[in-house]
Design a protein around this ligand. Structure first.
Ligand code: NAD
Length: 485
């Protein structure tokens, strides 16, 4: 029997200037849950006119409201309140996120804490921020006048949606911007929690606005709006390319967190237990719908057979099932369209490499967006399953013979988001790690990072880095002021 959260809304509206409103043309779209694939919700489908209304509200709150001019300490107090409230919603958020996205409930339960941490972190950072002053001896003093950029357009994907929204909302609001958020159309449910949270924390009307809808309509209108100063986007690389082109006529600042096909490189001298734990976690946690998933595992030839044998055994034991069951490790993929995409890649993989685990719909789960954790071995680097982002619980394992070959294989895709290196040789760990074209490298570790570190990818995985002061810089203009002495 499927678990359905109590008091689910039947309708999700836009939130503009402190009010819940329908689309001006009354249009809506259906939202499915990934277990029954039936529509449980109608969401307002935003068009250009709705985006315009939201941007106008955000502009007014920016020009005439208190938010941009408040002392950083005052804004930080509100952000800390947001964090406190978010934490109290942990169970409700997890229940909604699991129902809407198919994420296993035990993994959804961490999301509120992580989202709250984003608000606390940027609250602290904006208070601690210092800007520089310079002296041209005998002539001038120069200083930096930091100002919020204006109206921030935030466009987010469907994987861990609430947490990823917080990664943009927190620095945008901390910097003094006003925002229009366009959540992913597959999963608008949890974003519906923000309006009450912000209201309760004392965010003034118009500072935070949501327009729901499709990327090609609501998202596109936000990107092209001349009164939006910046777009912070997380999503697929192909969408990022389109946004880049569409933002050109209005010359917007862009921050792009895009796709990945991240390598985990396992050397023969690695702590094999830890490497196997980590590489299993890396691609099967969050249903494999994780931007930094280690979806290519490169293994040194000397331990290849043993690694594969143990990895396959682990993959066969991963529990796939009802996302609300606490025993479940891989739930249902977010949407039938995505399920079809992942399934297509699995079928393609069967023609390109050797299937060693999974590859089918799990037994007993005849409906819903389920796939078995799937392992392909001996995957040649020319295979599409080696090159392309699948974004599901599917891993490609490939052997290598030398450090040189490991680096070459690691870099042999268009992506460059994350990489993982497993070896007990400290020098090799640093040397190999530094030569991999990836925005973020984990040595003998995964997942944990300090929020001050740069976050972002290189090559097709992104443009610009957020994290720490980089985020505040992105949402601010730094005006140089020059005074004669
Ligand atoms: P997507 O690109 O399909 O959609 C992301 C968002 O963009 C959605 O809100 C969508 O409505 C909107 N959108 C789509 N077309 C648009 C357009 N023409 N103009 C404006 N907005 C548009 O991505 P997705 O399938 O929702 O998310 C999965 C992708 O996100 C994967 O590639 C994953 O790697 C990536 N991702 C990256 C990171 C990161 O930090 N690098 C984090 C999470 C997810």
């Amino acid at each position: 029997m499927q678990h359905v959260p109590a008091d689910l809304p039947k309708r999700i509206q836009h939130f503009i200037d402190g009010e819940f409103v329908d689309s001006l043309d009354g249009d809506t779209f259906e939202v499915l849950d990934p277990v029954s694939n039936t529509a449980y919700l109608e969401a307002s489908s935003g068009k250009r006119a709705d985006v315009d209304r939201a941007v106008t509200a955000a502009r007014k709150a920016f020009d005439d409201g208190p938010w941009p001019g408040m002392l950083p300490r005052e804004r930080a107090r509100v952000l800390n309140k947001i964090a406190d409230i978010v934490e109290t919603r942990n169970e409700r958020l997890a229940e909604l996120e699991t129902f809407d996205t198919g994420l296993p409930i035990t993994q959804a339960l961490g999301q509120a804490k992580r989202a709250a941490e984003n608000f606390r972190f940027f609250a602290d950072l904006v208070v601690a921020q210092a800007d520089d002053t310079y002296k041209v001896p005998g002539k001038q003093v120069n200083y930096v006048n930091r100002k919020p950029k204006g109206v921030a357009g935030l466009i987010t994907p469907w994987n861990t949606p609430f947490m990823l929204e917080s990664w943009k909302l927190a620095p945008a609001l901390a910097s003094g911007c006003t925002v229009v958020l366009k959540p992913a159309e597959f999963t608008p449910l949890s974003a519906g929690l923000w309006p009450e949270i912000f209201r309760e924390a004392g965010v003034p009307d118009g500072v935070f606005n949501i327009v729901n809808g499709f990327g090609e309509e609501a998202g596109d209108a936000l990107v092209k709006h001349e009164d939006v100063q910046l777009i912070s986007f997380t999503g697929e690389s192909a969408t990022g390319q389109q946004i880049f082109a569409n933002a050109a006529p209005t010359l917007k600042a862009l921050s792009m967190e895009l796709g990945g096909k991240s390598p985990a490189v396992v050397f023969a001298d690695a702590d094999l237990d830890a490497a196997i734990d980590s590489t299993v976690f890396g691609v099967f946690s969050l249903n494999g719908e994780r931007c930094t998933a280690g979806s290519r595992v490169l293994v040194e030839r000397g331990i290849y057979d043993e690694f594969v044998r143990r990895y396959v055994e682990r993959a066969n034991n991963v529990r796939v099932g009802d996302p609300h069951d606490p025993a479940t490790e891989v739930g249902a993929l977010v949407h039938p369209e995505h399920h079809e995409k992942v399934t297509r890649y699995i079928e393609l993989g069967k023609t390109e490499a050797t299937l060693a685990a999974g590859g089918e719909r799990p037994e007993g789960l005849e409906s819903g967006n389920y796939v078995q954790p799937t392992v392909f071995i001996d995957v040649p680097p020319t295979a599409r399953i080696f090159q392309e982002e699948i974004f599901g619980p599917v891993v490609a394992i490939t052997p290598f013979d030398s450090d040189e070959e490991a680096v070459r294989l690691a870099n042999d895709t268009k992506y460059g988001l994350a990489a993982y290196v497993w070896t007990s040789n400290l020098e090799r760990a640093h040397n190999v790690g530094q030569r991999i074209d990836a925005g973020m490298v984990w040595l003998n570790s995964h997942n944990v990072r300090d929020l001050r570190t740069p976050f972002g990818g290189v090559k097709a995985s992104g443009l610009g880095h957020e994290g720490g002061y980089r985020s505040l810089d992105f949402y601010s203009d730094q005006q140089a002021m020059h005074i004669s002495l």
